[in-house]
Design a protein around this ligand. Structure first.
Ligand code: ZN
Length: 307
């Protein structure tokens, strides 16, 4: 089976900057070399900034991360492309996302700056309470600034992502997006009913994402797969099954969280991801459904909503 991959989340851009690693061949989980296993490859590159930095320092780190990616020899040499939308190209495509929008630091015009730089996916929260609002480990919702900034992002055409949001913040993110008839995604979150951690999705959130025509990326982080944290590839299947029972066959994707997560032993990097497809085949998943989860669902979504 010839597999393609559209991965909704990795933290590789941060690792490339801070560990001085190139995109083509490196010691990270994600590289173009590791992606050669896939016929087509589209990767959302999250720009996550170090939590120990101030909001302002984080903003500068995000811009430095983007510059570092754009100047990578593989990008300059045309072996992969940084894009704002998707096409049927066989050349690897990278899309840009910001994770933890506290780096806006109270300045709404920075949303426009991010959009102009090509960022199309915004994961507003990460941990704790910020100028944007409350993350998954708080009870808080969005701040007035957070609401205004996210409304501006949606107005420009960015997609909001509830991964890492508190329940209240997620509710408000759905409200902001639905006012403009735009979808909401969870780029890297699993099912709370299977693994009850605050980073995973409650049933109501899954239903709201599906209703909005959004997508959900399965996260490979061990602690979000099963409670004892000793996950292997087989522990991904109960989450897949659960999302499918909820009607997510056209919305379920991969959001591997590679280079930001403790991965299952048998999936140490991107090149090992096909073992999940093989496991699904052995569990009588159709090739069509596997291709949808690995690539087509995210591709159809991006084709429709990114520009
Ligand atoms: Zn994350």
């Amino acid at each position: 089976m010839e597999l393609s991959l559209f991965d909704l989340h990795c933290d590789t851009a941060y690792e490339m900057l801070t560990k001085r690693q190139p995109l083509l061949r490196n010691t990270l989980a994600v590289s173009l070399e590791n992606a050669r296993k896939f016929k087509r490859y589209i990767q959302v590159m999250a720009h996550w900034t170090d939590y120990s930095l101030s909001d302002e320092e984080g903003w500068n780190q995000c811009l430095a991360m983007l510059k570092n990616l754009q100047r990578d020899p593989a990008i300059v040499g045309g072996e992969a492309t940084v894009a704002t939308t998707v096409s049927n190209t066989l050349s690897p495509t990278l899309l840009l996302a910001v994770e933890d929008a506290r780096i806006l630091n109270g300045q709404i015009d920075r949303v426009d700056t991010l959009f102009q730089h090509g960022f199309r996916i915004l994961t507003p929260l990460w941990n704790g309470s910020t100028c944007i609002g409350g993350s998954h480990n708080t009870e808080e919702g969005l701040t007035p600034f957070g609401k205004a900034a996210l409304a501006r992002a949606v107005e420009l055409g960015m997609i909001l992502d509830i991964s890492h949001a508190s329940e209240r913040s997620a509710e408000e993110i759905f409200d902001i997006s639905s006012k403009k008839n735009r979808p909401v995604i969870a780029s890297h979150s699993n099912a709370y009913q299977i693994c009850p951690v605050s980073r995973n999705l409650r049933d109501g959130q899954i239903e709201s994402i599906l209703r909005s025509n959004g997508v959900i990326g399965i996260n490979l982080y061990r602690s979000f797969l099963c409670e004892n944290g000793t996950a292997s590839a087989k522990d991904i299947l109960p989450h897949v099954e659960y999302f499918l029972e909820k009607g997510a066959q056209n919305a379920l994707c991969i959001g591997g969280d590679m280079d930001g997560a403790d991965l299952p032993d048998d999936i140490p990097d991107l090149s090992a991801l096909p073992i999940l497809a093989e496991l699904m085949l052995r569990h009588n998943y159709s090739e069509e459904l596997i291709q949808k989860i690995f690539y087509q669902n995210a591709f159809d979504f991006a084709k429709k909503y990114l520009f």
